[in-house]
Design a binder for this molecule. Sequence first.
Ligand code: IVH
Length: 681
Amino acid sequence: MNPQDRINELTDRLNHYNYQYYQNSISEVDDYTFDKLLEELVDLEKNHPSFRRSDSPTLRVGGTISKEFATVYHRFPMLSLGNTYSETDLIEFDVRVRKGLDGADYEYVCELKFDGVALSMTYENGVLVQGATRGDGVRGDDITHNVRTIRTIPLKVADPHVPALFEVRGEGFLPTAEFERINREREDIGEPLLANPRNAASGTFKLQDSSLVAKRRLDCFLYSFLSEPEVFKTHEESLQAMKRWGFNVSQSWRKCTSILEVMDYIREWETGRYELPLATDGIVIKVNSYDQQRQLGFTAKSPRWAIAYKYKALAASTTLNSVSYQVGRTGAVTPVANLTPVLLAGTVVRRASLHNSNEIQRLGVMLHDTVFIEKGGEIIPKVTGVDLGNRTDASRPIVYPTECPACGTALIRQEGEAHFYCPNEKGCPPQRQARFEHFIQRRAMNIESLGEGKIELLIDRGLVKSPADLYELTFGQLFGLEKKFTDEETGKTRVVSFKQKTVDNILNAIERSKAQPFRNVLFALGIRYVGNTIAEKLADYFGSLDDLMAAPYETLITAPEVGDRIARSLVAWFADSENRVYVERLRLAGLQMSQERKVVEKKGDTLSGKTFLYTGTFTNFSREELEREIDAHGGKLVSGVSKKLSYLIVGENAGPSKVEKAQNLGVPMIGEDEFLAMLTV
Ligand code: IVH
């Protein structure tokens, strides 16, 4: 097949898989096959750039570095909405609408008010040509490269009947599950955690390297369609058409024929909204007919045909009865407040987060105090303050434990860390449970059918101690197992039982996991600081577990992105004989312990023995290209400025802290041209 035909075929096929996956939740191929096809397309496009299509799925992988986002003017200004907080305000809004429409009939469309980042996407002849932020409403930033990485935003609309030029608007967001995944990964590698999904989304959209954006699976709910001339008569029609054309329209909207129906909608979603994949802070009410919208017009800042109803800040006060201490997957201990049950946002709250011992001090909270709790963007309520006026003689100081509440080991706190840790990684029950959960996750061994209490049951019955035991489980051991779990929070019970089909599914998933590539196995081992990305780099670089295990510290730190901290962690992990036995058992079970090495083609050794770090953006290279060049010429990329660093390569918009540190330590700084010159001498 000639390259152009193959490019077309791959583009169509991959776009079809993406569509099925993101719009219909159907996986027609496994990740591995998908990645292979995508790789083939990337290669073909590299050799035949003129055949790359404007809807190529490779555009979603990112790779473009924008030094600075260009400013773009919005064709139609991006306005904001008036806010109301009470039903009285809403009724007043309805009266204004009725008056403005001279008593004619009208309908509303209610939607949720998504708490993310407003985005605007422009399509020309069905092709996505621009993605922009709201900015000041008149002009925003051109973030097209970042927007293209959002899998649910079509790069090309298949229906030929779409207007030649149109714009869709919506709210870009980081799904809660994705936010938690990123934070778990950051925790794995010891990076500071992202504060909340909204800030994380807005920070991600501003990243200059779109390949980093692509790694965080952003999403977007669309809520407006704009074209000239208009093609729809109502907002409802536009939502239906956008959905048909493959845009991600949240199905939470509803048409209402009176303000009373709007109030029903508000009440229904007051609690229902917590089931959605993102935070919402209210609802938006829009007059349905476009003619009527025009008739009502705008004030200076916002439309008269729409309004936002904000849910009240969800706060309550109650008594703090005691504090429990939970041990997380890395051994971090988190204090949790046990409260006298109180109704908050339609649910009974019995527990709330206290974060860490510093937070307890900051709040000055004592046992038996009356405390304020709030439900914010996060799902778990938190204690936000103490009602000091209500403090009585019964209040007692909170004594932070010095031993692990789960296993009794003395807790430790590293300098600069907010959390206390239980260092008993292997023996501490919650840490063991977490190790299993890490092992079975999709990006590791993908045995997720073992979730939801099943692992706990297996550990409980003594059937598994280490994840390697999973590979020895038999049908007879599993069939018929049953346990009742009581949710501490809600008091509800749930039965986990291993019926014939469940057992078959689990055993099949365990068997299939043996084919998971080596990089997944390496990640599954749960070595501290070896997150997904590092596992992949190590697998590519060393090619097998044997070579990785045999590598001394000095060799480990020559691997891309591996610095002192990761190298030490690897050495310590493999030096532990229990870990060695664990790995051998996994090998015997048939897990993949090697893969093809992906070593960068050597171009020379002009940089041999030198270490590099870069900051800012460059004209001739993307970050990845720069890293590849360093590697290909025998140099080594490191992760921080130290006295030993040979060169800091400084680009545009360089980070001031790195530059300052390099200056202080006397590390030579070079520009892009000097770096280029070094490659050839
Ligand atoms: S419509 C002229 N619908 O709220 C009105 N906005 O204050 C155009 N938002 O910047 C906006 N969910 O980012 C609309 N379902 C929804 C929304 C929504 C969230 C945000 C949007 C906008 C802000 C308005």
